[in-house]
Write a protein of this length. Structure first.
Length: 312
């Protein structure tokens, strides 16, 4: 078995690690003949060039790393099947056709629900429960291919995007490892998605985490806004802003980009305040951990003691 793995962040490492362990030969030769991942990028305040988690994993095992998927064709890389898990880019159709058994995609939603780039965040924001994972065979359209397998997973009350996403990919690793052999043997019949039921959640941008101070104040007082709140990254989605929906939004934006708002009463200008976590108490939103721009994360009580004049 020869596999090319397409992936980038740390939460997909259980998948590539499981494939590596399950399909390696008696001589401990890895089945992963190459990985394709996003190129290293400057990160953090100091803009230090950082390699992706998948890049580092492959480098440690002396597995070839590619930053451009078309390099596989140029270098004539031979593999039976491809596996995509949070790679971060659409693959050219000619590359998909180059794999004898195609490319399988792990998508953390019950497709056709929440296609595109932010399915876990959309699940939490909308209160969808249960959620799950779909493993599909890639075709020419994004998250459109036929379903090979699906499983469901309960969303826990305190789940953030980080915790739920990690759990989904952990389970996906085992499911994928078990189905690859029967899939290439033709024992699994792919099931076409019902496009009429498709919903969409695009890639989140930093500004999508904004909560207006007016809406936040109402939720902190246990009141509900009269106006619907359009969720920018979910197509045709509006929420009623209240303590429950804003707390779900805060959980969905954790760990990135974090929900945020503007505060007054600190210096002469408004400051950006990240809302890392919150909770609902007696029908009111209560902030738990926050981070003022340029400062370290603190509890809400610590923030108010340090900035007693801060207001939304």
């Amino acid at each position: 078995m020869k596999i090319v793995f397409f992936g980038t962040p740390d939460y997909v490492l259980p998948v590539v690690s499981k494939l590596h362990k399950t399909f390696r030969t008696d001589k401990l030769v890895s089945p992963i003949v190459a990985v394709v991942t996003q190129s290293p990028k400057p990160t953090g305040r100091k803009q230090i060039v950082t390699y992706s988690a998948v890049d580092a994993w492959a480098h440690q095992r002396k597995i070839p790393v590619h930053y451009d998927a078309t390099e596989l064709l140029i270098d004539n890389v031979k593999a039976d099947i491809g596996v995509v898990a949070a790679y971060g880019a659409l693959l050219p159709e000619r590359l998909v056709r180059a794999f004898r058994y195609g490319i399988l995609v792990i998508h953390p939603s019950l497709l056709p629900e929440f296609r595109w780039g932010s399915p876990v965040q959309a699940t939490i924001v909308t209160g969808t429960n249960p959620t799950g994972v779909s493993i599909i065979k890639m075709d020419a359209k994004f998250d459109h291919g036929p379903i090979i397998s699906q499983f469901t997973e309960e969303v826990l009350p305190d789940d953030t995007t980080g915790s739920l996403r990690a759990r989904l990919f952990e389970r996906s690793a085992d499911v994928l490892a078990e189905l690859i052999e029967p899939f290439i043997q033709g024992k699994i019949t792919p099931k076409k998605q019902d496009d009429s039921k498709a919903t969409f959640a695009s890639i989140i941008k930093k500004e999508d985490g904004f909560i207006s101070p007016e809406v936040l104040k109402l939720a902190l007082e246990g009141k509900e806004s009269k106006d619907k709140w359009p969720v920018k990254f979910i197509k045709d989605c509006e929420l009623t802003p209240n303590a429950e929906s804003l707390n779900r939004f805060i959980q969905a934006m954790n760990p990135w980009p974090c929900a945020w708002t503007n505060v007054k009463g600190i210096g002469y200008e408004e400051k950006r305040l990240k809302i890392i976590s919150g909770t609902v108490e007696n029908g009111k939103l209560a902030l738990v951990q926050v981070q003022l721009e340029g400062k370290e994360p603190v509890t809400w009580d610590e923030f108010m003691r340090g900035y007693p004049n801060a207001t939304f």
